[in-house]
Design a protein around this ligand. Structure first.
Ligand SMILES: Cc1cc2nc3c(=O)[nH]c(=O)nc-3n(C[C@H](O)[C@H](O)[C@H](O)COP(=O)(O)O)c2cc1C
Length: 214
């Protein structure tokens, strides 16, 4: 290590998050921040988000997935339904999504409940994916043990032949989860570690927000 970890220090001072500029609806606030990130010069993966779930072993586990849609209902990502995360979510649908957008010194944390999203939407999205990704989905029984890398490469070759000149259908074991939020926290880095934190919660379909100490 070239640098002592305690010397890593960054002052956040690009922006502020003040009540007077907040949207009443956290979905709109999220959209605003998302679009600002998309519009920034950064080439990082703006739609990469952390999904945390409680595993079958009782421990939380987080992993990055790609947000593929958000609308007034919630946030959709796609995955293998045989994976660790899918099994965990089916057993305990309470999840947490988080985004870290360092270029904007921002973080968003969304708690919610996940459910399988529409099969039609999943088919539509699957058919829009590059052929290689479609074959990849068929090839990998995500999160299960495999003997070697060669196993994957061999399976891919076999599937390439099987589907040659054919449309590749969506596997039944692959699809989306829709996360319906119960809270949103928007975090804007500020100087002296006195960051802005705004928490939105919903009661009887009405969203309100409050400020949290940083
Ligand atoms: C940038 C990035 C994007 C990813 N996107 C997805 C995704 O959209 N869906 C998915 O299932 N896994 C995605 N992964 C892989 C997951 O992080 C994870 O390794 C995989 O889903 C297996 O997780 P699990 O065993 O906890 O179910 C992505 C990883 C990275 C780093």
């Amino acid at each position: 290590m070239s640098k002592n970890l305690s010397d890593y220090r960054r002052n956040y001072n690009k922006m502020e998050l003040l009540e007077e500029y907040l949207e009443k609806d956290p979905f709109v606030q999220f959209k605003t921040w998302f679009e600002e990130m998309e519009g920034s010069s950064s080439n990082s993966e703006v739609n990469a988000m952390n999904v945390s779930s409680i595993g079958l072993d009782g421990f939380p586990k987080s992993r990055i997935v790609l947000l593929k849609e958000f609308n007034t209902e919630g946030f959709i990502f796609y995955t293998n339904f045989g994976s660790d995360k899918a099994k965990a979510i089916v057993e305990n649908p309470k999840v947490c999504l988080s985004f870290f957008w360092p270029e904007m010194e921002r973080q968003v944390i969304i708690k919610g409940t996940a459910e399988k999203s529409s099969e039609d939407k999943a088919k539509e999205y699957f058919s829009s994916r590059p052929r290689g990704s479609q074959l990849g989905a068929w090839t990998s029984h995500q999160s299960s043990e495999i003997a070697s890398r060669e196993v994957l490469d061999k399976t891919l070759k076999e599937l390439e032949l099987e589907f040659q000149d054919k449309k590749i259908p969506k596997p039944e074991f692959w699809g989306g989860f829709l996360v319906k939020p119960i809270s949103f926290e928007f975090w804007q880095g500020r100087s002296n570690r006195l960051h802005d934190r705004i928490l939105y919660t919903e009661e009887r379909r009405i969203w309100t927000f409050k400020r949290l100490a940083p």
